[in-house]
Design a protein around this ligand. Structure first.
Ligand code: F6R
Length: 244
């Protein structure tokens, strides 16, 4: 628990940078699972600063993003493709072929195969070394909404009404928020060797309490993380305020 999200984000960015450097020294790739939304923005800001001011290279980094709205064009400013390039990829030396974000333009009859291939690509790269997560007020991680199975993999999902309401302002009205998304599954996330979940602010405090202190249940999919052996929740005081 940090006094504010700036310090928390810098600490997380430092852990990511250390991992990238360690893998570089070993001559290995570093596979990162990445999230979008407001929570990781300052982490990405700090990683960009480290690249520009301290020469942190992303040349050995391979990324897999958690999710994308469906359908969603890459050029749409609401897309997670756009978000990731705006906040991180356009400002560091990552190789474009090492960036993977679920493709919101895949034809619906090819979606199932596409999701299987996304999952296989993660496996073929040796699995995720470090997975960054935010959390939705429904308890979703990625877009694994309540009801998601412990063993779910990358697939299309129907977004919860609360999730769409939370995204409404960015889309200038709930009617413009896509009803579906492609998301890595709970099993995909659980297989990561290290998980860091970020939550800032009062509006996350109730779901954080349920996630950390509640019983493990598909009603709050983030509770599945209680069974992961190397997960850290990085919170500010407001997000932690309901914890006993
Ligand atoms: C985004 C994602 C979501 C968000 C969550 C919190 O890639 O997977 O689970 O992390 O909806 O969003 P923010 O950070 O905007 O509160």
């Amino acid at each position: 628990i940090f006094s504010n999200s700036n310090i928390g984000s810098k600490t997380v960015a430092l852990e990511i940078a250390d991992l990238i450097l360690r893998k570089q020294k070993e001559g290995k790739k570093c596979v990162l699972g990445l999230a979008t939304g407001s929570s990781p923005i300052k982490v990405y800001e700090e990683l960009v600063r480290m690249h520009k001011e301290e020469g942190l290279s992303f040349s050995n980094v391979i990324t897999f993003n958690l999710d994308e709205y469906y359908p969603m064009d890459k050029s749409n400013i609401q897309s997670y493709f756009y978000f990731m390039h705006e906040h991180l990829f356009n400002h560091v030396d990552i190789l474009p072929e090492n960036v993977h974000i679920p493709n919101g333009t895949v034809k619906s009859n090819e979606l199932h195969q596409y999701c299987i291939a996304y999952e296989k690509m993660i496996e073929d790269n040796g699995g995720i070394d470090l997975q960054l997560l935010g959390i939705g007020r429904t308890g979703h991680i990625g877009f694994n909404e309540p009801g998601s199975h412990f063993n779910s993999e990358t697939r299309s999902i129907t977004l919860d009404y609360i999730t769409r309401a939370d995204a409404a302002s960015a889309f200038l009205g709930i009617d413009n928020v896509p009803k579906k998304a492609i998301t890595m599954g709970i099993r995909t996330v659980r297989k990561a060797k290290r998980i860091i979940l970020l939550a800032w602010g009062h509006n996350k405090s109730l779901v954080i309490k349920k996630t950390i202190e509640g019983e493990v249940s598909s009603k709050v999919p983030a509770t599945y993380l209680q069974h992961h052996k190397n997960t850290t929740f990085v919170l500010d005081e407001e997000a932690a305020s309901e914890l006993t």
